[in-house]
Design a protein around this ligand. Structure first.
Ligand code: GLN
Length: 499
């Protein structure tokens, strides 16, 4: 391939090829990405921290590795610029989880995924903005600033991994990592027209990842074109002795099968996921995408997932319950914000929590504490766990007949900034199609499938069997290769856009 004028428009596999051929250097690529960050950040605000010096040092090391012997034998991510959601512990670099309560917290160690990316040669360009403790669907709940959608800076990028999505969408990184507890990778991927994968629960280590809801949280990638996500997933996935929930199941070479096509693949379409209130353009584009899969040789079948309609209700008991427990550790005594002006210890802890947490974590702590309290535990928490089993059983049933399930990601396109901040329920509805997948622990991917009448992106969700990310990559690649939606980049008219 020829070298494009703007290196930030490269996909990760394209950059890998050019780096291995030594047509470009990791330093040139890092410089181009950092310049792009300087250019677009005043409008998009993808990052809480940009780590320019660290990135340039890692790029220099990558160039040394590429120059030392056969460049093709270097790890696959050598010299590839990556953005990290600001809840992955990064040794020596501030990690806030989007919360003021963790402002100034500098972890003394790397999350397993960060350590694995370092080993794979990645270049870290910065820590991406997010909803506080990953609670939200718009990145407006960040304790720092609002991130804007590159397709229309007056609109949200989705969330909670909004900064990780926009960093890739706007060319501020070639790859990024986010987390998805109820949709936080797939929904922002859909709203910004990039690929975003939530792996199977247990596929990727959560060690060193700031916890929101531990039975649901999962780490996953964003990329332009799904092949980049396949590259980075391979680097981070697999059993980790530091996270007892990781599965000792072999991590396949996803790229080796990604071009195998969808002929004969059975794709289920659940009626329940075409929910009331869905925007007509979203439904039309998702149905057209499913037709395209059929044209490529897939066999389309209706499937039924009736308990998924209880997904939101189940999630909004389990996730806040786990959050209320996970967030108990933030009391100003060990991490971040401390209320040193208070005379007694209990007041100091209360004060740190009062000042450090924003409205959404406080709301979740109250919901979760209530659901777990004596007298309500059976009515809410235990009941939610029972429904969780039923939601999962629906998927198990459906996967007897089909290999993949196709659905919308979000019932709407990106909404205007501010439109849902005063209405938590409207915000929670953003994840009606993504949450059941987390509740069942399954892998799901969002890929671009077109644009609505206003030019705003829409995503197609493909859901797979547990640990079968390979089939998702294969179906997603076949679709994007046939349609080319992933190649459309946001126009980003920077002049005149508000900051
Ligand atoms: N939007 C959902 C919530 O607010 C999901 C967030 C996530 O996946 N982290 O909880």
């Amino acid at each position: 391939m020829s070298i494009p004028h703007d290196l930030t428009s490269l996909t990760a596999p394209e950059a890998r090829d050019l780096l291995v051929r030594r047509d470009i250097s990791a330093t040139e690529l890092a410089r181009a990405v950092l310049d792009r960050i300087a250019q677009v950040e005043p409008v998009i605000h993808s990052f809480i921290t940009v780590s320019e010096n660290e990135a340039l040092a890692q790029a220099k090391a990558a160039d040394a590795a590429l120059g030392a012997g056969d460049p093709a034998s270097t790890p696959e991510l050598t010299g590839i610029p990556v953005a990290l959601k600001d809840l992955f512990c990064t040794n020596g670099v501030q990690t806030t989880a989007g919360s003021r309560i963790l402002e100034g917290f500098i972890p003394p160690y790397d999350a397993t995924v960060v350590a694995r990316l370092r080993q794979a040669g990645a270049v870290f360009v910065g820590k991406a903005n997010m909803d506080e403790f990953a609670m939200g669907s718009s990145t407006e709940n960040s304790g720092y600033h609002v991130t804007r959608n590159p397709w229309d800076p007056t609109r949200v990028p989705g969330g909670s991994s909004g900064g990780s999505a926009t960093a890739v969408s706007a060319g501020e990184a070639l790859l990024s990592l986010g987390t998805d507890t109820g949709g936080s990778i797939r929904q922002p991927a859909a709203l910004t027209s990039v690929a975003g994968l939530k792996p199977t629960y247990g596929r990727v280590s959560r060690y060193g990842v700031v916890a929101f809801a531990s039975s649901l949280d999962q780490v996953g990638p964003f990329s332009i074109g799904v092949e980049g996500s396949a590259m980075i997933l391979r680097a981070i996935a697999g059993v980790d002795p530091l996270d007892g929930t990781t599965a000792n199941i072999e991590v396949p070479d996803y790229r080796a099968t990604i071009r195998d096509g969808v002929r004969g693949l059975r794709v289920g379409v659940p009626a329940e996921y075409f929910v009331a209130g869905m925007e007509p353009d979203v439904e039309r584009l998702v149905r057209t995408a499913i037709d395209e899969l059929a044209r490529l040789g897939a066999i389309i079948k209706p499937v039924s997932l009736p308990y998924s309609t209880h997904g939101l209700a189940t999630y909004y008991i389990i996730a806040p319950a786990e959050a209320s427990s996970n967030l108990a550790r933030y009391n100003g005594t060990r991490f971040g914000l401390a209320a040193l002006d208070e005379a007694d210890m209990n007041r100091a802890m209360d004060s740190a929590r009062e000042r450090g947490f924003g409205a959404e974590p406080k709301r979740r702590i109250m919901l979760g504490t209530y659901a777990l309290s004596s007298g309500y535990y059976d009515a809410y928490y235990r009941k939610a766990q029972q429904v969780r089993t039923l939601i999962k059983a629906d998927f198990d049933n459906a996967f007897h007949d089909v290999d993949v399930i196709a659905s919308p990601v979000s019932p709407t396109v990106a909404f205007p900034i501010g439109a849902r901040v005063d209405d938590p329920l409207a915000m929670y509805l953003s994840d009606v199609c993504t949450i059941p997948v987390n509740v069942a622990g399954l892998p799901g991917i969002s890929i671009p499938c077109g644009f609505d009448g206003q030019g705003l992106p829409v995503g197609l969700q493909l859901i797979g069997r547990a640990f079968d990310e390979a089939t998702l990559f294969r179906a997603a690649w076949a679709y994007e290769n046939a349609t080319g939606w992933h190649q459309k980049r946001p126009p980003l008219t920077l002049a005149g856009a508000a900051s």
